[in-house]
Write a protein that binds this ligand. Structure first.
Ligand code: GLN
Length: 538
């Protein structure tokens, strides 16, 4: 018998940033805890083939999957909530859809037909949605459509899922629509009109939402719920309140209280069963909300104006804080504003310093000053990707004495290129998807801080970079006390560096933040916060 995958489509109206990603992840979490295999897909209506070429200021962090796809940051939420991996197929953009349709046209596969948005683009969208469910045999695929209904860019997606509903047949799909119920302070009222208008737009496009999730700052009265149900053609139990909460991790519990998962399962004609306890999840929230101590961690980066730019790092610190039962106060520090003369004052009082990933030379000298401060003051230090590269540059300059040491990304012809391009990167000119991306193995030396954290010698972590530690300098670095404690067993590239004499100084070429989840807080972040905690309480 073919596997019957059911589909949930999530759309948003009124405004962006209503939290479609978090609602999708929460619903998925609830279905997963009832024993269903679930995945979430994000459809992004922009023309970039993937967000890898987008500046973080445009679109927040670029999230990297095991299989090396550069994806939307919502996939990070999906993985953190579900504790399962996503892949390239979980994120599809308009650019990717058009790219495959145009390639097909060039191969002559449309047999002389005129290629059009309908049916060719919509068919390709439908194919991408269905393939995810059937290839991996998921019980439920939740597909989140980016943007807001009514946008020109979203139209082909809305049309594609409208068609899919009929092709899939009854009880095989559910439409969830998110809207905003604003509170007008002057009249002291919650307003439903934007929701009514937004559902009208959906109806104009041929879709009657089955469930309405209303984002609100104040609890919805019965009267409001009834009004929305009546004017938007949904049953009363399909009006779901999504009230503002202090942490996104509470949303699954709220959605459970609102019975969103039960309603969806009934609509899909799937057994509902008992209400799951969500024990581990509740324990995590209780630890998060009742910390016994606190630490101050400085996050040094150049995109700090936009917290979404470091989403996974921030979440990994939250997971690690809960695991240590301590509150992590993240102090964002702009690397461009840190100089040799103000570093003491700016970084004073921090219990840990994290130097963030990044590209290009802007802010690099500030990052190097922050590393120097952490090294000299014996403050726990975690350097991620460019952060690790800065740690190597700093060490080469100030400990070994190569005052011009640099990465060739910053200065092409430095006499001491301690960070350099790999041979196979030298001829690469295309920007999209050409870095070292995705999961690679690493072997850790026993007795290192990394081994203490992972409690294993064999690990695998995700990458997103072009430059590497230059192996010509390993002996020099090690002789002076910076050890290569993690090595890629296949290529011999250095993945982890540590300073032997420092209480906790770890640089990693990979991105541990992508793998931290609620259920599995990342061991390096847990150890880093623990080290910071011991500084805070000494
Ligand atoms: N710019 C550096 C490189 O390409 C580091 C990248 C990063 O921090 N993700 O190697």
């Amino acid at each position: 018998m073919p596997h019957n995958t059911k589909y949930v489509f999530v759309t948003g109206g009124v405004t962006s940033s209503l939290g479609k990603g978090i609602i999708s992840a929460s619903l998925a979490k609830l279905l997963q805890s009832r024993g269903y295999s679930v995945t979430i897909q994000k459809l992004d209506p922009y023309i970039n083939v993937d967000p890898g070429t987008l500046n973080p200021y445009e679109h927040g962090e670029c999230y990297v999957t095991e299989d090396g796809a550069e994806t939307d940051l919502d996939l990070g939420h999906y993985e953190r909530f579900l504790n399962t991996h996503t892949t390239q197929s979980n994120n599809v953009t308009t650019g990717r859809i058009y790219q495959s349709v145009i390639n097909k046209e060039r191969r002559g596969e449309y047999l002389g037909k005129t290629v059009q948005v309908i049916p060719h683009i919509t068919d390709e969208i439908k194919r991408r949605i269905k393939i995810l469910g059937t290839k991996n045999k998921f019980d439920v695929v939740i597909t989140e459509i980016g943007g807001t209904v009514g946008d020109i860019e979203s139209l082909p997606y809305i049309e594609a899922v409208r068609q899919l509903k009929w092709e899939l047949g009854p009880s095989n799909s559910v439409f969830i629509h998110l809207t905003l119920v604003p509170f007008l302070a002057a009249s002291g009222e919650l307003k439903t009109k934007p929701t009514q208008h937004s559902v009208k737009v959906m109806l104009e496009n041929g879709i009657q939402p089955d469930v309405l999730v209303l984002r609100t700052e104040h609890p919805l009265t019965d009267e409001i719920r009834k009004k929305v149900a009546l004017f938007c053609n949904v049953s009363l139990d399909a009006v779901v309140e999504s009230i503002d909460v202090s942490t996104i991790y509470e949303v699954p519990l709220l959605m459970q209280k609102e019975k969103l998962d039960q309603f969806v399962l009934q609509k899909l004609n799937l057994p509902v069963g008992n209400v799951p306890e969500l024990k581990a999840w509740k324990q995590f929230i209780s630890k998060l909300k009742n910390p016994k101590s606190k630490v101050k961690i400085g996050l040094v980066g150049k995109y700090v104006e936009l917290p979404d730019a470091y989403k996974s790092i921030m979440e990994a610190l939250i997971h690690a804080g809960a695991s240590n039962e301590c509150k992590v106060n993240i102090i964002s520090l702009h690397s461009e504003e840190i100089t040799a003369s103000n570093v003491n004052e700016k970084l004073n009082g921090l219990n840990g310093i994290l130097v963030a990933p990044g590209f290009g030379h802007r802010g690099i000298e500030g990052k190097i000053e922050a590393v120097k401060f952490a090294r000299e003051q014996s403050i726990p230090f975690l350097g991620i990707c460019l952060g690790m590269q800065c740690a190597v540059i700093e060490f080469a300059r100030n400990v070994i004495g190569y005052s011009d040491a640099n990465s060739t990304e910053m200065v092409r012809n430095t006499a001491h290129p301690v960070i350099d391009l790999m041979e196979n990167q030298k001829g690469v000119t295309d920007k999209g998807g050409t870095m070292r991306l995705g999961a690679y193995p690493c072997t850790i030396s026993k007795g290192s801080k990394a081994f203490e954290a992972y409690k294993s010698q064999d690990i695998s972590e995700r990458h997103r970079h072009r430059y590497e530690l230059n192996n010509d300098f390993i002996d020099d670095l090690q002789k002076h006390g910076m050890m290569a404690t993690g090595i890629n067993p296949d290529t011999n590239l250095v993945e982890i560096t540590e300073i032997k004499s420092h209480p906790w100084f770890v640089g990693v070429q990979f991105h541990p933040e992508y793998k931290s989840t609620v259920v599995n807080p990342h061991p390096l972040f847990v150890s880093f916060v623990k080290a910071a905690l011991s500084v805070a309480s000494s």
